[in-house]
Write a protein that binds this ligand. Structure first.
Ligand SMILES: [Zn+2]
Ligand SMILES: [Zn+2]
Length: 225
């Protein structure tokens, strides 16, 4: 708790919060809020802190993203590549998450992307959208239970497991599919993702799904062409 800045506390949204001294990727107004967030934040704080920036080369087209592997108990920080594509007359940045989901070109339509635009647990809208990309039919296609999501949500052995791999990344603002500009994900986003997943895993999927704005990969991909 050293760096002073104008960011808001992730929990209570008070301004002038200070960053976690280890990862510098999330902000708290007080020790009390920091302590309250720790059960979630602990899963990625040191991982984020030791995640090195890429070599400063010509390849700047990568953003920090969070990958949720099926067979490991911890989420991972990864670099997600993106490319320019035209949408109507606008150049948009489109990430390429398919290799993380184990999908090649011919099977990319099997995935789905959802947008997290609010945090119902903390009761507020997000200023920047978070996209989560996963296997669309994971409940019925034999996908394995996602152990990293099981760990962070604390829901073991429930009927509402999240299955298959997932990757989460950020875009600037609340735009949806227009004028997509990618951004590095941070650990404030991680808190919002965990809250979303806890709602999903603790409640019937239909109920949690209502809180999201749906976009099939097919729609997103068609728009990007
Ligand atoms: Zn606070
Ligand atoms: Zn931290």
């Amino acid at each position: 708790m050293a760096t002073s800045n104008t960011k808001n506390c992730i929990l209570c949204n008070k301004s002038d919060a200070r960053s976690c001294t280890r990862c510098r990727s999330i902000h708290y107004c007080s020790k009390a809020c920091q302590k309250k967030d720790w059960p979630i934040h602990r899963h990625l704080c040191s991982t984020f802190a030791s995640f090195d920036p890429p070599e400063q080369s010509t390849d700047h087209q990568r953003i920090k993203a969070i990958f949720f592997p099926v067979d490991e108990t911890k989420p991972q920080m990864v670099w997600l590549p993106w490319n320019w594509r035209m949408f109507e007359d606008t150049r948009c940045q489109f990430p390429d998450p398919y290799p993380f989901l184990g999908l090649d070109e011919s099977r990319r339509m099997l995935s789905r992307v959802d947008t997290i635009f609010q945090n119902k647990v903390l009761g507020r809208e997000l200023s920047d959208l978070i996209y989560i990309h996963y296997i669309d039919n994971f409940l019925n296609d034999g996908s394995k239970v996602n152990k990293s999501i099981e760990t962070i949500t604390g829901f073991y052995g429930t009927s509402q497991h999240w299955r298959g791999p997932m990757i989460a990344y950020g875009v600037v603002g609340q735009h949806g599919v227009h004028d997509i500009v990618c951004r590095d994900i941070d650990l404030g986003d991680f808190r919002h993702i965990v809250d979303f997943l806890q709602m999903y895993c603790g409640r019937p999927p239909e109920e949690a799904q209502l809180k999201m704005f749906h976009l099939t990969t097919e729609q997103l991909f068609a728009l990007g062409r």
